[in-house]
Design a binder for this molecule. Sequence first.
Ligand code: SF4
Ligand code: SF4
Length: 180
Amino acid sequence: MSPKKKKTIKSIIVDVDKCNGCRACEVICSAFHAKPQYSSANPARSRIRVIREPFTDMYVPVYAGEYAPAECAGRDKYIINGKEYDECAFCRASCASRDIFREPDSGLPLKCDMCESDPPLDKPMCVQWCLNEALIYEEREEEVEEEDSRQEAEIGLEAMADKHGWQTIKDIVARISKKD
Ligand code: SF4
Ligand code: SF4
């Protein structure tokens, strides 16, 4: 068995009852991730979207998860406190059946990165901007297999290589190695 190591799990708990659909979270998420940062605010580029049905007082903030290459085959309905929610209202996937969580120009999937930044933020931007406290940030420590974290590092490296190219990654690693 491979050795264990500690990992910080970050999550955002959504209190649907407190959300009033103001969309401040969408605005700040898109602005924080704009290039250059804060140069624009376009909710279509946000990694959190609020599913809104004002006539039924239904507001569900959903933050973007994994890319799903295919639509799911069936849909359920949920009835919570007398309100009827479509299954897609809670789904975090960037999926072909709807037009959220896709970068509008390129069509590439968007995924919440918990506002990764250097230096790190105390709390993600959407949590900071939600004045109704509908978004609650939590961190917890979990023990994971060393192998799992290696796989994650590989996935992270592949994502960076997609963005910047393998040669750039190799140059950076070579430069850092020389410093050691
Ligand atoms: S900022 Fe908070 S209250 Fe406003 S839409 Fe987002 S989650 Fe809802
Ligand atoms: S945590 Fe950051 S990246 Fe994720 S939805 Fe909130 S503002 Fe966007």
